[in-house]
Design a protein around this ligand. Sequence first.
Ligand code: C2O
Ligand code: CU
Length: 484
Amino acid sequence: SVGALSACTSSGGNKAGMPSRTFGAPSSVSPSAGQKVVEASLTARPATLDLAGRQVSTWAYGEAAPGPLVRATAGDFLRVTLDNQLPADTTIHWHGIRLRNSADGVPGLTQDPVKPGAKYVYEFTAPDPGTYFFHPHVGVQLDRALYAPMVIDDPADPGRYDAEWIVVLDDWIDGTGTTPDDVLKKLIADGGTTSPGGMGGMGGMGGMDHGSMGGMSMGTPPWGDAGDVQYPLFLINGKPATDPDVLTATPGQKVRLRVINAASDTIFTVALGGHRMTITETDGHAVQPAEVDAFYIGMGERYDAIVTVKDGVFPLVARPFGKTSGGQAVALLRTGSGAAPDPGVTPAELSGQVLIGSQLQPAESSRLPNKSPDATVDLSLQGSMKPYQWGINGAPFGQNEPLTVKAGQRLRINATNMTMMTHPLHLHGHTFALPSGLRKDTVLMAPMQSFAIDLDADNAGDWMIHCHNIYHAEAGMMIALNYV
Ligand code: C2O
Ligand code: CU
């Protein structure tokens, strides 16, 4: 069958086939003359978090989830020391940053894993302004609380906003007696848990609109089944709906929302009650401003929006797509007086015009120069929930052939989703252009959808392309892109 893998791991893990290179100490690099250096330290460690009065034990950067914001200006030199106080190997991947390969944080591909008790220094230049985040690239550690936002400011930003709200979304499993590793084991043993009927449940084949990249559509979203795990809770900035994060602002102010989906297995619909939002960037790239009631955000995607805020108390709601438990994530925008809304609040905007991000149009400034591809490769997302097997181009990571590219080429990747689930496809170290020209580093692919993505091979190294459903990635839905 089309979705089947020709080779499968027995354990679902990719370790068997992981490249076994060793790297030693991080390769050193120095800031150039006049380059500003931004230093930070992050301790990955076991932590007890308070979720609306419930104490949960997990792993975090420091003492909170999300971990501390790392912020710099485009062109700055970052020097971030990771202190691994976890009882496990870890790394940090700087999601979306076009950084030098050796700082990309992929064990076995760009560095050795950082052992318990060890430190590792990440040094790199962050060339592009935008909204990013970081997380380990080891196993399913992202689904603990090991994630934090990263903002790269634009030195040329004309001050388009008065206030900023960084909004980090998460699906919460840990500290409930079940760790993400338990969840992965269970998925491999039993297959997915999303819908009682297995594949093609909620959403199914009906109402799909694959391939259409023009205009915005309303009505049934094209995602089909969009997650494997039922979560007990959803969080915004580490807080559940019953104890929401609050942004205060003054009526009439322009607020910039930087929304980051750090969840492992959940697509959300995001809406701000009482307001329409003007989407201005996605994954750090400017778009033609689009005013919407709500938008979908896949795992690993980022959307920036500008909102002129009204007077009152408004819920920012992130509703998990296709999940039947755990409620929703809610935060509050407070600009005036009023009672906080009920945690189950359903702003009308949620069912208004909901943007599918890949249908945004690029700003002229973020288009790739016109050029026809020098090389073309195919990338096929494959697999199934039962048995729980995911791969790319016929096999799980470690058994599939890396894609290759030569420096300087415009590479076209003909990407196809051969499965009945939605997958957020993420590329390291580069951004790609959709057929519309829209630049992204993470894009949702609906069931059976195909499109070509183009990238300029201007950042030599060995890079990952993978599904940002962290369970799919760990089960093998990854492939390397190597410069040759
Ligand atoms: Cu956030 Cu390899 O990904
Ligand atoms: Cu996936």
